[in-house]
Design a protein around this ligand. Structure first.
Ligand SMILES: *Cc1c(COP(=O)(O)O)cnc(C)c1O
Length: 434
């Protein structure tokens, strides 16, 4: 074993050498040092604001839906580790990947039949885009290479995904001339329960029709736009997109990396609309937050198109494609999800969030409070003071990571009612102080 390092030494080395998400170098705010995690609790290496344990309101960026240190997921990881943690996927295959692929095909909308296992959400979006462009190339329509999306989206941090992120939040100004130039509709009118706005639907139809010759695909996050602004829209717009894409020979991609596996109250957000995309991306909660893994699913029409082209292969193959350890844990995580009444658990958390966040509407500086499934959002009328808001949450014994004008929670589905209430109290405290 290497020499143990004190928390102070670790934080000093971290500051000196380690990049953190969306951070400068050296980092501005000291991160919290986590020693271990169990259930819905993160254990800190040293107390902060008098707390050495925090209830996790973030599910580690929406992935740890069953909480930490879960016995079934641990068993799956241990068992697979003893067989093999990885083998290459070129020319070889293995049970964890095959089982998981079959599982995903069975759970997702029926037309999705083929699975590409990628190593992160962003890569799965790259693969989705490559599938769509290559499909049209194979069909002799190489001009169809642009993408259409709506504003307010987030699809990852590599180049193609960045090009379809919200142009403002995604800093497109900075990347002018570098990012592929895509086509943007306005952000969908807000409100999950709001009746679809006919003028907006007409805008979607018009843009898709006008650009059909150069459009490979429409790509959107269905129902919930996550990191782009935590907003909810009517599933009706997904039906509008499906019809317009069919009418104009454009593929439809749903990025369900944030919404998949029950978060919005449906197993997949597409299920709210009863719409099947041509390509679907999954990630985040796929492994229950244990390991990095994502998947791109496509229809047989897309797969056939690619496989009959001049280059009759899907030209993509990451080194760690189909990683057995991650695939085995993903399969176990899906088993855990389906072995319980997950819909009831998400409803229970939804009710707890509605109750607990209602008082936030009365706090000065709060613009809106919204809840859908196991997602609770408090939107401010100003940029949040991240340091002050995080400190307020930690003082309440809760881990939150606000951004822009948003203080939000996506708790693990196993979060008990008392802990949901505690998370809500922390969101309110953060809204008051942030
Ligand atoms: C997080 C996210 C991604 C990117 O996934 P990474 O694993 O972080 O690369 C893409 N799309 C959506 C909707 C996401 O929420």
């Amino acid at each position: 074993m290497p020499e143990p390092l004190t928390p102070g030494a670790l934080l000093a080395l971290d500051r000196q050498h380690v990049w953190h998400p969306y951070g400068p170098m050296p980092g501005k705010a000291a991160p919290l040092l986590v020693e271990s995690a169990s259930g819905v609790r993160l254990r800190l290496a040293e107390p902060v604001e008098g707390r050495d344990e925090l209830v996790d309101g973030m599910s580690s960026w929406w992935s740890a839906v069953h909480g930490y240190n879960h016995p079934v997921l641990n068993d799956a990881a241990h068992g697979q580790l003893e067989r093999m943690s990885h083998v290459m996927f070129g020319g070889l295959t293995h049970e964890p990947a095959v089982r998981l692929a079959k599982r995903l095909v069975d759970l997702t909308p029926e037309p999705l039949q083929h699975v590409f296992l990628a190593d992160s959400g962003s890569v799965s979006v790259e693969v989705a885009v490559k599938m769509c462009l290559q499909y049209w190339r194979s069909l002799g329509k190489p001009r169809k290479q642009r993408l259409l999306t709506w504003r307010g989206g987030y699809h990852g941090d590599t180049w193609q995904p960045m090009s379809v992120c919200d142009p403002d939040g995604g800093m497109h100004e900075l990347w002018q001339g570098v990012l592929p130039r895509q086509i943007f509709a306005d952000a969908p009118p807000p409100g999950f329960d709001a009746a679809p706005d006919e003028a907006y639907a007409a805008q979607l139809r018009e843009l898709i029709g006008r650009h059909a010759e150069e459009l490979a695909a429409v790509i959107v996050e269905p129902v919930v736009q996550g990191a782009g602004g935590m907003s909810f829209h009517s599933p009706g717009y997904l039906r509008v997109l499906r019809e317009a894409c069919d009418a104009h020979d454009v593929l439809l991609v749903f990025d369900e990396i944030a919404t998949g596996f029950g978060r919005t109250g449906a197993l997949f957000a597409a299920d709210h609309a009863g719409v099947a995309p041509d390509v679907m991306c999954l990630g985040k909660a796929l492994t229950g937050g244990y390991l990095t893994l994502a998947a791109t699913l496509c229809t047989t029409a897309v797969a056939d198109g690619i496989s009959r082209g001049a280059l009759p292969v899907l030209a993509h193959g990451p080194t760690f494609m189909g990683n057995p350890l991650a695939a085995a844990v993903a399969d176990a995580s899906i088993s855990v999800l389906l072995s319980q009444d997950w819909g009831q658990e998400v409803k229970r958390i939804e009710a707890g969030l509605r109750d607990g966040l209602a008082p936030a509407a009365g706090i000065a500086g709060v613009r809106e409070v919204r809840v859908l499934g196991a997602i609770g959002v408090v939107q401010l009328d100003h940029e949040v003071d991240m340091a002050a808001a995080s400190r307020a949450a930690v003082r309440e014994g809760v881990w939150l990571r606000p951004f822009r004008d948003l203080i939000y929670t996506m708790p693990p589905y196993i979060t008990g009612d008392e802990d949901v209430a505690r998370i809500c109290a922390a969101v309110c405290a953060a809204a008051r102080e942030g």
